[in-house]
Design a protein around this ligand. Sequence first.
Ligand code: CO
Length: 320
Amino acid sequence: MERLYARREKKYTPSGNHVNPERTTKARQWVTGLLIVTLVASLTSQTTAKEHAHMDKQKDKTGILLVTFGTSNAQARKAFDNIDRMAEKRFQDTEIRWAYTSHMIRKMLAKEGKNINSPVTALAKMHDDGFTHVAVQSLHVIAGEEYNQLKDTVQAFRRGPFGFKQLTLGKPLLSSYEDVREVSKAMLAQVPEQRSEDEAVIFMGHGTHHPAGLSYVAVSSVLNDMDNNAFLGSVEGHPTLDRVLNECKSAGVEQAWLMPFMSVAGDHARNDMAGDSEDSWKSVLEKNGIACESILKGMGEYDDVVKVWLDHLEEAFSEL
Ligand code: CO
């Protein structure tokens, strides 16, 4: 290394120790110039950083995103209107937006000119619109497949170019034993007064093969503890309608009130539960000697149930 340096010295300063005064002045000017540039640059970058911090503070914007499967039935949308109204009342001054997870329903509504976002699009738009802190609330009943997909979406928006400063997710309706009790009580309170004790109340849950479907078995047990003639069945999982039918038969039930245990009284409630087709719950029960009366109201239409969803939202909101 030393030898290399020496050789270079020889090559570039053939005059040996002789120093050119003009070159030294030029070098000094150059160094001073560099120092000034560096100083100015560092001062500027400090100011910019401060301005950024200041602007960021001013720009903080909090929002709420309510996420549901969705419904194409205009009557059923009453449930969402009620949830929206109650959320607005409880979270004043906070903008509330909606997203539907069902691609099929979004497509159907788009044909009617109603454009509703998916959770991914809704979050990207909120990011674009300057929201920095967002609480997402699942309006699902259980922590099943759709809730877990939403959880993945939220997770993906926590980092990267679309990352929010804070993004939280509220739990679905039935997320603890306390929730199951509170919701069961609220639903039983909605049974019409003219129902007599020997008449059954049959709730129709959605049901699923996802492990979280076990929540419906828990609700069925809690409802039955609270009211001997209250039963819950599901369309796509357990407990089944057969089970409910057997329970009704052994209790000697002759009349039943049918109520959806879903956020909206949509297609399942109107057709699979209360419809006139041969395999609707109403038809099956009536064929078995049980007269039926259907109540076409979704859980989102009952304030005491919506309260539980909003309690979960408040928890997510407090984490922002
Ligand atoms: Co379904």
